[in-house]
Design a protein around this ligand. Structure first.
Ligand SMILES: [Zn+2]
Ligand SMILES: [Zn+2]
Ligand SMILES: [Zn+2]
Length: 171
């Protein structure tokens, strides 16, 4: 009967959901001790439970340890991989190398970022007296700013100028 089949499916379904519950043990790639998920200041990561004897550290990707950071999203400034931190933002794995780029999380992805064409740092959406505009994150060191168009900096005027310059140098 189809009713039996239905019961069976339900039983199977609840079985799988139970099977997901036990916490998986991820052994340390160096000393085989279990890894622990630690939520640090810079977001979650995995540390070896034998710490400080073993200082192995792994990145956290979707709650699992990984030896390589999430390669899907790269820093718009230095192109190093971005890592998601707790608190719905992404930070650059070049943080210790001096890249302080952080991006807000948008549906599990780092929010679209725009680079300053003058200094290469990120532009930030700001609200001024005349409305929303994009200013360089290095302000006041860099005073570049652009008008906002549909939530993006309006680069057109610069692009056109660049294109004209390119044409000239190509000839
Ligand atoms: Zn270890
Ligand atoms: Zn970076
Ligand atoms: Zn700039």
């Amino acid at each position: 009967m189809s009713e039996d089949l239905f019961d069976q499916t339900v039983a199977q379904m609840s079985e799988t959901s139970v099977a997901e519950k036990p916490v998986r043990v991820y052994p340390c790639p160096r000393c085989k001790q279990p890894m622990r998920r630690i939520v640090g200041k810079m977001g979650p990561f995995w540390g070896c439970s034998a710490y400080p004897t073993c200082e192995e550290r792994l990145y956290d990707i979707d709650g699992k340890p990984s030896e390589t950071p999430d390669e899907r999203f790269r820093c718009p400034v230095c192109t190093r991989p971005m890592v998601k931190a707790d608190g719905n933002y992404w930070y650059c794995t070049g943080y210790n190398k001096g890249c302080k780029v952080t991006l807000t999380d948008q549906d599990g992805k780092p929010a679209k970022a725009f680079r300053c064409p003058t200094c290469g740092h990120l532009l930030k959406q700001r609200r001024g007296k005349a409305g929303v505009f994009w200013g360089c994150s290095q302000y006041p060191l860099c005073t570049v700013s652009f008008a906002d168009q549909d939530g993006q900096p309006k680069f057109q005027t610069i692009d056109r100028k660049k294109a004209r310059e390119k044409q000239r140098t190509d000839k």
